[in-house]
Design a protein around this ligand. Sequence first.
Ligand SMILES: [Zn+2]
Length: 255
Amino acid sequence: MGESVLKTLVIYTATLVIAVALILVPVYVHYGEIHIPGSYNALYLSKYSPYKTIVVEIDYQPGMEPAPEAVEALKQQIEMYSGKEVLIYIDQDIEDDEVPAVIRGDDLFTTTSMLQEQNRDYRTGWFGGNITLYILYLDTVWHPEDQDYSTRPASSTKPYSVGVTYAADSIIIFKGSLPRNGMETTILLHEQGHIWGFGHTNESDNIMNAEFEVYKNGPSPDDVVETWYPKEFDPAQKEELARLHETMHILPLFN
Ligand SMILES: [Zn+2]
């Protein structure tokens, strides 16, 4: 094969790859529902991200309104680590008859797809502008199939999931399963941690401890002091968030 033919081939291939990336990436981000939490982490955090504003839309079922201090804490953390403007919209959009009393396993995805279709008002821009985060506050119980709650302490009366990050840009808080204490801020920040690409840790005082995602027995479940739950990421996690703020690798899944 002549050198010029090879050169032409390389140029054609490179052009094709770039063209596909230019089309597929915006489609991928715009339509959302990518079930890989963390895949938009640099789009949310990097100073090189084309998205300059983060729109957080919170839709809740009657009686499941988010705690103002939890939303404020989330807003502050997102602003701090992204350096972007954060706009929060909270609506009681979800009707009781839209949400089943119990959701099992992967039915979560069909339920949330339907809820998003009917209630989500904000979408991420095609090439820049706003990037959105969608949070549902629901009064339902989710029983994930892949989690075994049988090893939880016998004193646990509500071993239910209190939060889940089910997509790159979407979170559910099962507010009806939250104990009446200071846990809401922690679980909301824990789910935000998944959006930023963090997995679970074992340290009991780390915000990303998996135990926070299910009802956690405190010293006394109903009147645990607020300070018992972590409200900040640890130094290594903060370092990772700072790295993501500086990264130029903003394409989904490449961080
Ligand atoms: Zn988690």
